[in-house]
Design a protein around this ligand. Structure first.
Ligand SMILES: Nc1nc2c(ncn2[C@@H]2O[C@H](COP(=O)(O)OP(=O)(O)O)[C@@H](O)[C@H]2O)c(=O)[nH]1
Ligand SMILES: [Mg+2]
Length: 261
């Protein structure tokens, strides 16, 4: 399967979900997190949670250290193999869903690298073997939908993100890819905004003349476009220009991540 096709499938799963679970491997949390996918979720205004699976491989001390340094995205440590943390995760999901819906149908997309345990997680959440689990990647067929409880469906993603994937966002941020040759500059721009807001919100707000508190990436882009008069005919914001501006400023190092003292 080609890269493009894979991202189409991931994007499809995200589009069809009210929120998204990214499954990562506890032994290599950084390597198995995919910022491109996370930004894609965020840029579509969907909620993301991270499930750190296979925590049976770690000592309790290591888990505690990871937990302390995890960052902003809500996360749950589980071991599907030892059935640890699954009930806690279920309650976490119910709590989020209760806030989002009055018993309407909710689809939860499950994404992640091959072999992180997406299909195992779905089976554990459903309490039955609804999906084939395999140690070989590619066991899962395209976008399978499985019922968890009456109004909650889980969508599995085929586990074939190529491990060699040096994604576009990473390349844009490292300044090794000209954004005009990139497919998804919105995703790279979302990553840049995320990093700035995490590390120096004040400098970001001053530079772009926007308030960011509680706003989604889409709204922030709209407001930057308005304040910088990046408009197309009819007065609508030219989002593409805003993305390119954010990327250009990042590549040129125009915004400082830390306070200049
Ligand atoms: N040690 C350990 N192995 C697990 C755990 N969860 C899943 N696995 C194994 O990881 C492999 C991949 O699981 P699968 O659910 O097919 O992953 P997917 O490709 O993301 O759908 C299988 O061999 C599972 O038995 C876990 O919590 N601990
Ligand atoms: Mg699978």
């Amino acid at each position: 399967m080609s890269m493009d096709k894979f991202w189409d499938i991931v994007e499809n799963v995200i589009n069809n979900s009210e929120f998204v679970i990214e499954v990562i491997d506890a032994r290599m949390p950084e390597i198995t997190r995919n910022k491109y996918a996370e930004n894609l979720v965020e840029s579509k205004g969907k909620k993301l949670i991270i499930v750190v699976n296979k925590s049976d491989f770690l000592s309790k001390e290591t888990v505690d250290i990871y937990k302390k340094n995890f960052g902003k995205i809500p996360f749950f440590f589980v071991s599907i193999r030892n059935r640890k943390g699954v009930t806690h995760l279920k309650w976490g999901l119910f709590k989020i869903i209760k806030k989002m819906s009055n018993n309407r149908m909710i689809n939860i997309g499950v994404i992640g690298y091959p072999n992180t345990g997406k299909s195992s997680l779905i089976n554990a959440l459903c309490g039955r073997r609804a999906i084939a689990v395999g140690s070989k990647p590619g066991t899962t067929r395209c976008g399978q939908l499985v019922k968890m409880i009456s109004n909650i469906m889980l969508i599995d993603t085929p586990g074939v993100i190529p491990m060699s994937d040096c994604d576009e966002t990473r390349q844009i941020l490292m300044n090794t890819l000209d954004p005009s040759n990139a497919k998804r500059i919105d995703v790279a721009a979302a990553e840049i905004v995320r990093i700035f807001l995490e590390q120096n919100k004040k400098a970001f707000e001053e530079m772009y003349k926007v308030e960011t508190e509680g706003k989604t990436f889409g709204v922030i882009v709209e407001e930057i476009g308005e304040s910088k008069k990046m408009l197309i005919k009819g007065g609508k914001v030219d989002a593409r220009r805003v993305y390119l501006k954010l990327i250009d400023d990042w590549q040129k190092g125009n915004i400082l991540l830390k306070d200049n003292q």
